[in-house]
Design a protein around this ligand. Structure first.
Ligand code: C2E
Ligand code: CA
Ligand code: CA
Length: 545
């Protein structure tokens, strides 16, 4: 059961990893895309600012050049009217006027505050033809730029570029509130800036920057955007990715569960079906009286008879049946079938015993008492003929409760045998605590009888103990004639083993019992001494594969 859960959890874990991998990959790809796409957008914004500024400057310079060429270069009424025409014709020009050599204003059209103020630097000999500077007036983050044209007579024509020509917010919606854009002249003279996000406030690792420079004028556009703002671009896609991965995870987990549970479920289903179909049947192995050659009874050993006729030994299914709890129903069926199959034989021979194997799980509640009653109470086999075997091989959890069940069975007349004695945990203490009636000496000790002195000693002390406690004793797995001689010497009178017979079906067991009866009767008639049993002609099972 626990192994099953380990497999199950491993499958779930693998499924989750499989589902998370695409999510991680998608997130990386999307983040990458977000950054490169945002960077691209930022460059585009910078280029637009530069293009607009270049266009405004170039057009203003061309306008001033044209006025110079047309001789419109004084503060006369006529010239000022011409300036007015130009201001009205060129949207991006706010005003046109003249300054003297010291940069002081001489006139301006349309007339505005600034009278006599110095608005341009003083003229220098061999200074540039075109000058560009900034005024303090500001409109929506943009200042007014001033462009001058040297007339060569120490006066200069100038024009003020409208801040609106440069202001505006051409960035895409998704990062508008996270960005800062600025346009500078000559490296640090601010023409325009917008946006609350400043590059100095944030971690530089988390800020994307783009710089675009003009090839014609000393103009530079700088755009900064917080990286997480870029992430906003792909947020809806990320949500889709998360949902898709969650769906994948559910799918993979479902597949994992299916794969990890299916085989056992199928095996379990197949097994349940076999139980329901009554495929688990009793075989009977005779227990002999080795003093006089008569039959003492048998042990019931379970076999799985497949529909195709195959006979399967308990070694191949018993552990599974016990672990999955099928054994309870199997044992019930086995007892009922045994009572029916050997009923006639046993009804007329009250000394014959039949031994049923139980396991530790049977001693955890009283159900086994009910089951035994249901099988034998109204059958031709009496409780006095029934023995239950409990193995010493595996320990019992609750010895006190087991003892109670055993007492209850003994009160009905059922005897209790301890199986596989000498192999297990409890040893002699176990025997006494459980209060069993019979001990079955394991084949391991019988095998080495004669060849191994310690084995003889152990069997000897078991016999002594059994005598002292008033218990019966049965030797298991007898295969050689010499073993019988040794057992008799040691005082053991009951034995079971291939030497006498292998486990066999009911019909063969009944025939075997009748044949033994005839032999014993014949032997007695002829007053012959019993020496050994010769078991020809009985269809016991072949050596287990
Ligand atoms: P076990 O109770 O110790 O049964 C004796 C086993 O030894 C049987 O194996 C029997 O066929 C085998 N055997 C008997 N004489 C000889 C012999 O001379 N030489 C050899 N080599 N083997 C011999 P089987 O029938 O394969 O059963 C194996 C085990 O399965 C049993 O051991 C018992 O622990 C378990 N088992 C069998 N039937 C049941 C059952 O109905 N309920 C439960 N809980 N366990 C069962
Ligand atoms: Ca047994
Ligand atoms: Ca045994």
């Amino acid at each position: 059961m626990t192994r099953r859960y380990v497999v199950f959890f491993r499958a779930v874990l693998i499924a989750l990893v499989l589902a998370t991998a695409p999510l991680v990959a998608t997130t990386v790809i999307l983040n990458d895309y977000a950054v490169s796409h945002t960077q691209f957008e930022m460059e585009a914004i910078g280029e637009r600012y530069i293009a607009r500024a270049e266009e405004a400057i170039t057009e203003t310079v061309v306008t001033l050049q044209q006025l110079d060429r047309d001789g419109v270069k004084t503060c006369s009424v006529e010239d000022r009217l011409n300036f007015m025409d130009e201001v009205q014709a060129k949207g991006m020009i706010n005003a046109i006027g003249l300054v003297d050599a010291s940069g002081r204003r001489m006139c301006i059209v349309p007339d505005m505050e600034m009278a006599e103020t110095v608005i341009l630097p003083a003229a220098r000999p061999n200074g540039p033809l075109v000058g560009i500077g900034m005024l303090d007036q500001e409109y929506r983050g943009a200042r007014s730029a001033i462009v001058s044209w040297d007339l060569g007579n120490s006066t200069r024509l100038y024009a003020i570029i409208a801040p609106a020509a440069i202001a505006g917010d051409p960035g895409p919606e998704y990062f508008r509130s996270f960005r800062r854009a600025e346009l500078t002249l000559g490296g640090n003279l601010r023409w325009f800036s917008i946006g609350g996000f400043t590059t100095s406030s944030g971690n530089p690792d988390e800020t994307l920057l783009a710089n675009v420079k003009s090839t014609h004028y000393p103009l530079e556009a700088r755009i900064a955007v917080a990286s997480d703002a870029a992430g906003k671009l792909v947020e809806p896609l990320k949500l889709v990715a998360v949902l898709a991965s969650a769906a994948l995870a559910v799918l993979f987990v479902a597949i994992g569960i299916w794969i990890s549970w299916r085989p056992e479920n199928e095996a379990d289903e197949e097994f349940s079906k076999a139980v329901k179909n009554g495929e688990f049947i009793p075989f009977y192995q005779p227990v002999m009286d080795i003093e006089n050659g008569s039959l003492r009874g048998c042990e019931v050993l379970m076999r799985w008879q497949r529909p195709n006729g195959d006979i399967i030994s308990p070694g191949q299914f018993m552990a599974f049946a016990e672990a999955n709890g099928h054994i309870f129903e199997m044992t019930r069926q086995l007892m009922v079938r045994t009572a029916v199959e050997i009923g006639d034989l046993y009804e007329t021979r009250p000394d014959l015993k039949v031994s049923i194997n139980l396991f530790a799980g049977h001693f955890k509640d009283r159900q086994v008492v009910t089951d035994l009653k249901a099988a034998f109470e109204n059958s031709k086999v009496s409780f006095q003929q029934v023995v239950v075997e409990v193995t010493e091989r595996y320990p019992m959890d609750d010895m006190d409760f087991a003892r109670k069940i055993i007492s209850e069975l003994q009160a009905l007349g059922i005897r209790v045998a301890l199986d596989d004695v000498g192999t297990g945990h409890g040893g002699m203490a176990y025997l006494q605590k459980l209060g069993v009636d019979i001990i079955k000496i394991d084949k391991m000790f019988i095998d080495s009888l004669g060849s191994d002195d310690s084995s003889t000693t152990i069997v000897d002390s078991m016999v002594e103990l059994a005598d002292n406690l008033g218990m019966g004793i049965i030797a298991e797995g007898v295969e050689e004639e010499e073993q019988i001689d040794r057992l008799l010497e040691l005082g053991v009178t009951a034995a079971q083993g291939y030497y006498f017979a292998k486990p066999m079906n009911a019909a063969d067991y009944i025939a075997f019992a009748e044949e033994v009866e005839r032999r014993v009767a014949a032997d007695n008639d002829q007053a012959e001494e019993f020496s050994s049993m010769e078991m020809g002609g009985f269809g016991g099972e072949e050596e287990a594969a």
